[in-house]
Design a protein around this ligand. Sequence first.
Ligand code: TXA
Ligand code: MG
Length: 384
Amino acid sequence: MKTLLLQVEDDPQQHAAVGQAAQILRRGGLVAFPTETVYGLGADATSVPAVEAVYAVKQRPLDNPLIVHIAAVEELEEVAIPPDSRAGLLARSFWPGPLTVVLAARQPIRKAVCRGRETAAIRMPSHPVALALIRRTGRPLAAPSANLSGRLSPTTAAHVLEDLDGRIPLILDGGPCRVGIESTVLDLAHGPPKVLRPGGVTRKMLAEVLGEPVAVSDSEEDALISPGMRHRHYQPRAPVYLIEASVSEGALSDFLDELSQSGRSGKLGYLGNRPSIRCRPDVIATAQRRGEAEMARHLYADLRELDRLSARVILADMPSSSGLGRSLRDRLSRASSGILEEREGKIRSAGGSSEKNERIPEFRAKPQSRKERKERERSFSQDL
Ligand code: TXA
Ligand code: MG
């Protein structure tokens, strides 16, 4: 299959490429399109075969349900059954925008996207191309991020092409995504509101609108509710290590010297602002990002760039644990093979979520017990 990439510059509501995309979607085909968070791989959310094609193209685990995208707050009640006024309140405050709410689903969405469960995740994106596409298709669109499962989410049309060239007929190019990380997923279907995935809308913003505290997912239990949080996610090719803010310059510099001299070829990739690392000749640093919003906007593109430049390891400063920093921390932790901590002047690696640890013997962490892992995750949530 040849994949067409069409730019949509102005007036997406009238644009021919959007009309072409809507036609493909109405016939049960797939189209990648921009949203303000990341690019999505869209399908008609009312069609079982169209939704099944998304799983096949992405190689996505079948138990991981998709987000349903709508184009107006009023459409919420056509696809879901809000238990009370909170969903409407949040929709009016944060839509269009990077918030997804999990609610009891109505048919035919339920049959097509819910994978045997009763709830669906719904959001109204703010990107004008996404809104025009949903309107012109005349149906809600099921759309996961437009990457192969387990790979980094795409934030430009070129990223989509890297993963899906030849697998889908059309990509709409609406420029780079403004937010850069996926939407916040908030569960409203199982009691008090709970964040299942941190994202562009922070817990504090939600609590202010709701006038009540908002809980944060406790990984293992909630993996049953939101399977996407259980699967491996957000992985660049090179193993990623996060540097705890408390690590001293001296210990880090000795550690990097050792690492560089360890006989392996390739430079060390770095995502962060420590001048002592950025200026090392054995390091490739990405552009300096100021503030968390800017970091989020470029996070996935920066990780891809370091992969492209064949960094053998990617080191990243640990983001702060509040606000958008919490969402960045979540994404980086999921991508990471370990966290670099300092003990008695020496750097050690702890934790991490992937087997890539094995590839760098000097980084090998002691295996974490289930209890240790839970404690670490809990301390992340409490930091909020
Ligand atoms: O920003 C975004 O949300 C992007 C853009 C394209 O809208 N989409 C996205 O989709 O990130 P995806 O499929 O990569 O992630 C969807 C997340 C997964 O963690 C999934 O488990 C969760 O939402 N989810 C979907 N339906 C759910 C449901 N019924 N209950 C709980 N979690 C659900
Ligand atoms: Mg995804």
